[in-house]
Design a protein around this ligand. Sequence first.
Ligand SMILES: [Mg+2]
Length: 279
Amino acid sequence: MFKYAMNSEEIIIFTDLDGSLLNHDNFEFKKIKDFILECLLIGIKIIPNSSKTKKEIEIFSSQLGMKLPYIVENGAAIHNLDVLNPAFKIENNSLVLSRTIEEILEIFNKEVPKNFKEKCSFLKDMDKKQQQQILGLSEQFLPFALDRDYSIPFIFNGSHHMIDEFRLILETLEMKLHEGGRVFNISDNCSKGSALKSLIDKLKKDFLLNPFIIVVGDSPNDISMLKEAHQPCVVPLPNKNNLDNLEIKNILRAKQCAPEGWEEVIRSSLKRLNINLAG
Ligand SMILES: [Mg+2]
């Protein structure tokens, strides 16, 4: 039988989806579906923490065939808290950590200098073909990605130097710039890391729980949550040097891309805890 150094029910995996668990190009995860289910079966909690929308993550959950707690739009809100702990008594079963998209857009329009605004092409203003091409989505799935409550995806048509400046301007407005695998996002002053921290603080305070945290990511918008992990894991992207220079103690790096890379780093993480899954 397995010998657990740690009870597997004390482990939470916060995972990015695109490029980390889902294949960067076709969003597939079939090859590791059984492994994910096995993790859940032994009591490990898996919380997708993504820039994706509520609808997109619900589609992922239904493909997996499991109801999961999850964090949407780069840390803006946490849903399905009762799955994590049935004793959670919270309005709508969700924690909302962000202002609305209308408020964020209003600040952007009023406060961001014109020369920066001009460099931002919002996806919402593009035609369908362009949106599909940038997001790599079929017509069927495109509307779910664009149905956003808290963040604004865009392409930046300026230099690296300018994007750094733009990031600082947004910070003074108490907003954030997130860089994902395909697009940038403007959001409220939240991040994947701050949402993770809010949730863990709540588990500690309300239920006296102190879970072991594994985090899986592939892009700059995952750094904030990787820094909160006991076990940070990075999955490489196929066509881009991403997070190559990120130095965090104890980091595990997958050799393979997603989805196989996800299984690779989770197996290694669990092995370090003396949990060896079959297969
Ligand atoms: Mg990603």
